[in-house]
Design a binder for this molecule. Structure first.
Ligand code: 0X9
Ligand code: ZN
Length: 239
């Protein structure tokens, strides 16, 4: 008689995606409604031992270290993963960014990862309090962006390195974009608010947040175009 694994161990899963077609906006909205059923979840949904989810913003390769603002405990909200890029989401983002890799500097000039909350425009590093050598360039670009953002609804944003303004946390996508792929202008945006509602920002603030951030991002792009991409032949000079 053959011993068999109990079939109870095979757990069936359902995969749902939304937004494969960009103009079908009711699709991502509906999937977001599904996500709302577990409103304050942070991580992805990948099972690890007895718990669910890896904090994707602790799972990137550059200077990955669960001891710095992360965790080796799969039940923690900041579980860094079993190793860097253990997750499909982080590893495919790395593969995508790799396509822009070049000697010295990526042909991708900027990387913005949008989070909330805190009203901050943060640049690397998140794994150390030391600053990248070109931090004045990143600081100046962020200043232009935040001035434009503030002109829309008066919201003030704090600019600085993520370790110095917020806390240290290794394995973030911003550090990865700059450290591994040499994307010069890499930022984490922490949108509204400053803590009154936190993650549960009222719906009536969402549109204003998007509008002011869009204005900030446009000013940021224009700044880069003027300061880092123009020579007499209208070609980019990478600095
Ligand atoms: O902790 C995070 O991942 C980010 N804050 S949040 O409240 N949205 O979770 C900040 C990440 C800043 N960047 C790095 N630490 N690399
Ligand atoms: Zn976040």
């Amino acid at each position: 008689i053959e011993e068999r694994e109990p079939s109870i161990q095979i757990k069936p899963h359902i995969f749902i995606d939304g937004g494969i077609h960009a103009r079908e906006w009711v699709s991502p909205a509906t999937v977001l409604y599904f996500v709302d059923q577990d409103r304050l979840w942070r991580k992805n949904r990948n099972p690890h031992q007895r718990c669910t989810g890896v904090d994707l913003n602790r799972n990137f390769e550059y200077q990955w270290d669960p001891r710095i603002g992360g965790s080796t405990n799969p039940c923690s909200d900041v579980f860094s993963g079993s190793t860097f890029l253990s997750e499909a989401e982080s590893s495919s983002l790395k593969t995508y960014l790799q396509g822009f890799d070049n000697t010295e500097q990526s042909s991708m000039i900027a990387y913005l990862t949008i989070h909330s909350y805190g009203q901050m425009w943060l640049y690397p590093w998140g794994y150390t309090s030391a600053l990248p050598t070109d931090w004045p360039d990143l600081d100046a670009a962020a200043k232009t962006a935040c001035d434009a953002l503030q002109s829309v609804n008066g919201k003030n944003y704090v600019i600085g390195s993520s370790t110095n303004v917020l806390y240290s946390a290794a394995g973030g996508s911003d550090d990865h974009a700059k450290g591994i792929h040499k994307i010069k202008y890499s930022y984490t945006l922490e949108l509204r608010d400053t803590g009154t509602y936190g993650f549960q920002l009222p719906e009536n603030q969402i549109l204003q947040t998007a509008e002011e951030t869009w204005t900030g991002v446009q000013a940021f792009a224009a700044y880069l175009a003027n300061n880092h991409c123009a020579n007499s032949n209208n070609e980019c000079i990478w600095q």
